[in-house]
Design a protein around this ligand. Structure first.
Ligand SMILES: Cc1cc2nc3c(=O)[nH]c(=O)nc-3n(C[C@H](O)[C@H](O)[C@H](O)COP(=O)(O)O)c2cc1C
Length: 149
């Protein structure tokens, strides 16, 4: 049977709440990335809990946007991953500023580039704007696109 896992980092809980909803609807495993420090400006990220995606067919990575970029903790996590060939990979970020170009799109591309370097192919990329009044609809639409594997 096909195995799906949601791997996320969250500093203030937004990404976490979305990750939990995805995992519950998709009946997927879910694991959080932990680092020694949650300081978004730390220079050297030291990961503490590193979710394994070895036997997962469909992986969903979720991260907040920090300073117009993917969070440093998600960045460090993706960079240490082994080969991702053959997996179906979906990405989402949560962000606060009103436009996707204010970090959302750029963060998703940064994640996609690291994954491509690991031999993986990204299927869907979704940016969730926390301040948008259509947020709920965006989240529900995202979950339904992630559902079809
Ligand atoms: C240090 C820091 C930097 C941030 N930089 C951005 C940014 O560049 N663009 C943006 O849209 N939101 C930015 N935000 C807002 C977060 O991306 C947003 O609140 C996100 O949903 C938080 O996710 P989390 O609760 O899972 O940590 C920033 C937040 C923090 C704490």
């Amino acid at each position: 049977m096909m195995k799906t896992k949601v791997v996320f980092y969250s500093k203030t809980g937004n990404t976490e709440s979305v990750a939990k909803r995805i995992a519950s609807v998709l009946n997927a495993d879910i694991e959080r990335i932990y680092a020694v420090s949650d300081d978004p400006n730390i220079f050297n990220v030291e990961l503490m809990l590193i979710p394994d995606v070895k036997n997962v067919d469909h992986v969903i990575f979720g991260s907040p946007v920090h300073g117009f970029s993917v969070s440093k903790i998600m960045n460090a996590y993706l960079n240490q991953l082994p080969d991702l060939k053959g997996k179906t990979i979906d990405l989402f970020v949560t962000h606060f500023f009103p436009y996707a170009w204010m970090g959302g799109t750029r963060s998703l591309k940064q994640m996609r580039d690291i994954i491509a370097y690991k031999g993986g192919t990204v299927r869907h990329m979704v940016s969730i704007n926390w301040k948008n009044r259509k947020r709920e609809m965006d989240i529900m639409n995202m979950i339904s696109t992630f559902q079809n594997v």
